[in-house]
Design a binder for this molecule. Structure first.
Ligand code: SME
Length: 167
């Protein structure tokens, strides 16, 4: 059957993530190709949640993240460790929710339309960070704890599948 991530209207945000995760677990089960799986994850998240920009930056060296698969407008190719929201989430190994990107020191503006952002490190159960999931909104204060919990669950499923660790 064709995968579909289109969600019915009227669901709360936690319900939307719950429905998404049900489908997503089946969708990625057994996948091992990093690029294919990240590309499809970006597309699935965009389809389900209509995010303005959703994609991945991958660790390419001790110092740099490189742009990976994404959905949205063209974006910065490289981000240094500790810089911007993505580089800070990587360096601090934690999810960052930024309600107003203009108030985040060092925010890297890939699109002038971005107003708020959430970045979740792709941390496997050994504590190794492979990259980050980055999602931007064109609305201020668009991400909350429901997004944090939902997206951390998506990332847990993703890292367990791609980097062979237990959820
Ligand atoms: N805003 C990010 C850069 C990546 S774009 O949003 C796609 C940051 O500050 O790290």
């Amino acid at each position: 059957m064709e995968p579909s991530f289109t969600l019915p209207p009227g669901l709360s945000k936690p319900e939307r993530y719950e429905r998404f995760l049900d489908e997503y677990h089946t969708f990625i089960d057994g996948e091992t190709d990093v690029i294919s799986t990240l590309a499809n994850t970006s597309a699935a998240l965009r389809e389900a949640f209509a995010f303005f920009w959703v994609g991945f930056y991958l660790v390419s060296s001790d110092e740099w993240l490189s742009l990976g698969p994404f959905q949205g407008t063209a974006a910065c190719t490289r981000i240094r460790r500790g810089r911007g929201v993505c580089g800070t989430a990587w360096a601090e190994a934690r999810t960052l929710v930024v309600p107003d990107v203009d108030a985040f020191p060092g925010h890297i503006a890939c699109s002038g339309a971005s107003r708020s952002e959430i970045v979740v490190p792709l941390t496997d159960t050994h504590g190794i960070i492979h990259g980050v999931l980055d999602i931007d909104s064109d609305r201020i204060n668009d991400f909350d704890d429901a997004d944090r919990h939902g997206l951390e669950a998506v990332v847990a499923a993703l890292t367990a599948t791609l980097w062979h660790t237990d959820i």
